[in-house]
Structure formats: C-alpha cells, structure tokens
Design a protein around this ligand. Structure first.
Ligand code: NDP
Length: 457
C-alpha cells in the first residue's frame, strides 16, 4: 500500500501529459491523477494544430474550385459560410476532447478539472483546496502566446483567439515570421482576406533552409500575401474603421484584425516551481535532464513547458519515454535527431534533418535541388513551382537533410524522414525506383548535384 494518493500526478491535460498518464496507468499499472484547468487535449487539439489544420483545409477550397474549372467542371462562384464552418469546427473539437476524456477514463486516470500548484516535492494543491500527494509529479502545462510590449497591443489577438472569430476579417495584419505567422497569413489569404505579414527579420521562417523558405515566401507573395521584412510594428491604435498599426520605419497600415504570432512562452509561472527550487531557464522553461527529470528528483516535466522542441509529437514521445522509464522499468530518453516537421503554409513546407546552412558548417556537401511546375496545377494554368532539395554529405554520401515545398509536403516529408533517420545514402535513394507520375519521384531521380560546397569555416 502506497503512502501517496497517487503513483503519478500530472499537471496539464495536453499531448504530453495525457500520453504519460495513459501509459503509466494502462501499461505501468500506476494509479494516476491529472489536473487540467481548461480543456483536455491542450494547445494542439483545442487551439493549435488541429483547428489550424482544419482552417488550412477550409482556406484551400477557393483555389480548388478555380482548378476544377480548368479541369472542365462548371462551378458557380463559391460562397463561404463561416458560421457553418465554426459550428462544425466546434463539434469536431468537442468530439476530440471527449475522446481524450474517454481514453483517460478507460484507463482509470482520475481527472480534476482545476488548476493545480506544487506545494512540495510530493504534494499538489488544487484550486478547491484539496491537497493531493503523489510519488511522482509531472508538469506538462505547455505554453502560451507571447505578445510584445507595445502600445495598443491589446487591440491585437493571438492564436488563442483566432479560432473564434465571428467572421473572416477583410484586412489582416500578421505580426511575426515564424510557424504560426506564416501559416495564418496563408489561411486568411486563402479565405479571401487582404493579408500583410510584418516580420522584423530579413527572411521569414528563420532557422529553416534558406532556399526553401525563400521559395515559400515568394510563392506566398505570388498568391497574394504582402510580406514585409525588416518591419517592426511599434504601436497599435483604434480608428473608426479598424486598427492602425504603426511601423518603425513608416506610417504602417490599417487592418480589421491584427494577429500577434510572435512566439510562445512556457507556462511555468504560478505553479509553485520557483518556491520549491525547481530549476528554470531564462525564458521560464523548466530545466530537465534527458529523462525529463527536474532538479527535484520526484518532479518531471515534458512538452512545451520545457522549451526543448515545441512540437506535439515530441511532447507525446517525451511523455511516453518518461512513463516507460519510471513505471515500466524501460529506461528511455527521447531522441531529438532528425525530427521532421511541416509548416502548413500555402504552399506547404516539409523538412527533416540539416539545412544547407547547418550542414556546410560540418563538412563538404552536395546539394541536389530542383524546382518545377507540378502536373496537376500546371494543367490548371498555375505558375507555382514545387521545390525538392536534398542536402548530402560529400564524403559519406549520407542524406543529411531533405526540404520539400509544395502540395502535400507534410505527407511526403514523413516518409522521407524514415530513410533519413535510417541514415540512407544518396545512392540508396537513387536505387529506389520512381513512382510515376508523381511529384516525389524527383527525390530518387536527382542525378547531378546542383552545387558542391566545401565546408565553411
Ligand atoms: P516561432 O518561434 O516560430 O516564431 C516567432 C516569430 O515571432 C519569429 O518570427 C520571431 O522573430 C517573432 N518575434 C518574436 N518576438 C518578437 C517581438 N518582440 N517583436 C516582433 N516579432 C517577434 O513561434 P510561433 O509562435 O510561430 O510558434 C511557436 C511554436 O509552435 C513553434 O516554434 C513551433 O515549435 C510550434 N508550432 C508548430 C507548428 C507546426 O508544426 N506546423 C505550427 C505552429 C506552431 P525572430 O525570427 O526575429 O526571432
């Protein structure tokens, strides 16, 4: 008989917390409790990946209708019914939240719909005053949008609010140049808004392969998004007809919606972590070792609150590795090498492994890069090109990275990532027979390097 109420108490019912709770309970036989102050499913399900992807789908239909006409379909101009989409979106999120709840119930995880704070290494206080004891505590509280401290910032919204708009705004200003900014600029553009993206740096999607991000940026612009680089938004003010954004270098512009997509910060405040002496980093992230253990041995943390790699599948794997290690006796660390990801811009970008800029610092490389107009959209009269790029080690022939821009790039990169993760060589890519006619056959038919580059100092 344990001296604790629970073997594991999880704070946060998002991707990482729920996976850890489920595995600990169902496979590790642990008695598990979980506190969630908002909705089960966390950022990904409730106000992130899932509703975002559904909005991406919604925003792609006008282009599909235009394409359909080129294929001989006689279709009247489409009319969007935003209310119908919102109703269906809400129903889908409710369904997913219910599925999360059912999963936890099915493995006897007790859910507390309240905020929880740490009292000491083994005690948690709930908002209703209950004190719960646990042998292990997992902090999986995620992150939240960061908004720059500028005058009038409250006139803008963040990704928390953007899914609940009563109508599609006519003019949208997106501030930022990362994942969320680029994705929402594309979404609103697809939905028919006049979109401006204002980014303070010189090229959007910093940190990704420069050739690929330049391709995305110019394609987004060709589709109608105005991308302003080197553009700092310094102030927002209300006008009779919208919100005026002032830029550091000029008068700025007026929009109906200003979306701040200026990064996210870990949800580590007001949890009792500082008082307990749990180590926090400069950005408030919970510091953990490879086993997601904090400086207090009974307290662990996974997911965005640790600010390692802020992606849903990473949080899930961190939670799973934690549960395996502690409750199944399978000591396991998350492997952060070659994590693939997709940015659901229009066009989409999929990426795995090293960028050209990263690889060249490590050794001599060969770049295989091709751009072409894919069959489906070329037939419909579009000029947009897809990009397929392989970054290859010139000495070992190993494929170090792959970057794809084009329709279904996210789907494609998942499959290429298996080969890259296995350490496949360019020769092994070449020995694979092409699937014809597809776009992705280019990955196995890139015969000659576009350029061979010596290691940069
Ligand atoms: P990102 O870190 O991707 O981008 C933040 C952007 O905001 C950057 O362009 C940054 O500029 C800019 N910025 C930061 N501070 C300021 C400031 N004070 N003023 C003006 N601009 C500023 O964050 P996101 O919020 O877009 O996304 C958060 C995380 O969520 C991502 O890192 C990703 O891990 C995850 N995510 C993943 C998605 C996917 O997998 N498809 C989709 C959405 C989110 P600078 O480059 O100069 O620093």
């Amino acid at each position: 008989m344990s001296v604790f109420d629970y073997d594991l108490f999880v704070i946060g019912g998002g991707s990482g917390g729920v996976r850890a709770a489920r595995i600990a309970a169902s496979e590790g036989g642990a008695h598990v409790g979980l506190a969630e102050e908002y909705r089960l499913g966390g950022t990904c399900v409730i106000r992130g990946c899932v509703p975002k992807k559904l909005m991406v789908f919604a925003s792609e239909f006008p282009q599909m209708v235009r394409d359909a006409r080129a294929y001989g379909w006689d279709i009247a101009p489409p009319v969007a019914n935003w209310d119908a989409f919102q109703t269906n979106l809400k129903a889908e999120l409710d369904r997913l939240e219910a599925a999360y709840r059912a999963t936890l119930k099915g493995v006897d995880v007790q859910v507390y719909p309240q905020r929880a704070r740490l009292v000491d290494a083994h005690r948690v206080a709930l908002d209703d005053g209950q004190i719960i004891t646990a042998a292990h505590i997992l902090v999986a509280t995620g992150g939240r949008p960061f908004v720059p401290d500028i005058e009038g910032a409250e006139l803008g919204v963040t990704s928390n609010e953007v899914f609940h708009l009563s109508a599609v705004p006519k003019r949208v200003l997106v501030v930022g140049g990362g994942f969320i900014a680029s994705e929402f600029a594309s979404i609103f553009n697809g939905l028919g808004a006049v979109v401006t993206l204002a980014y303070r740096g010189d090229a959007i999607l910093r940190g990704f392969d420069r050739e690929a991000t330049a391709h995305v940026a110019s394609a987004m612009q060709a589709r109608g998004v105005t991308v302003l680089t080197g553009c700092d938004v310094t102030k927002l003010q209300k006008t009779a007809t919208g919100v005026q954004a002032l830029f550091a270098t000029d008068v700025g512009l007026e929009a109906d919606l200003v979306l701040f997509a200026t990064g996210r910060v870990p949800n580590s405040q007001d949890l009792g972590l500082e008082a307990l002496g749990v180590g926090l980093g400069a950005g408030g992230e919970v510091l953990v070792d490879g086993f997601s253990q904090t400086s207090i041995p009974s307290i662990f943390a996974v997911g965005d609150v640790t600010d390692r790699v802020s992606l849903t599948p990473v949080a899930i794997r961190e939670g799973h590795a934690f549960a395996d290690t502690i409750f199944l006796g399978k000591s396991r660390q998350m492997d952060y090498e070659n994590i693939p990801s997709a940015i659901f811009t229009q066009p989409e970008m999929g990426t795995v492994g090293l960028t050209e800029e990263q690889a060249i610092k490590r050794g001599d490389i060969a770049i295989y890069s091709t751009q072409f107009r894919p069959m489906r959209s070329m037939f419909a009269g579009q000029d947009e090109k897809v990009l397929f790029k392989l970054v290859v080690c010139a000495t070992s022939d190993k494929v170090l990275g792959c970057h794809i821009v084009g329709p279904q790039a996210g789907e494609m990169i998942q499959l290429v990532a298996i080969a890259v993760k296995m350490g496949a060589t360019k020769a092994q890519f070449d020995s694979t027979v092409a699937v014809h006619p597809t776009m992705s056959e280019e990955l196995v038919t890139l015969r000659k390097p576009t350029r061979i580059l010596p290691k940069s100092q």
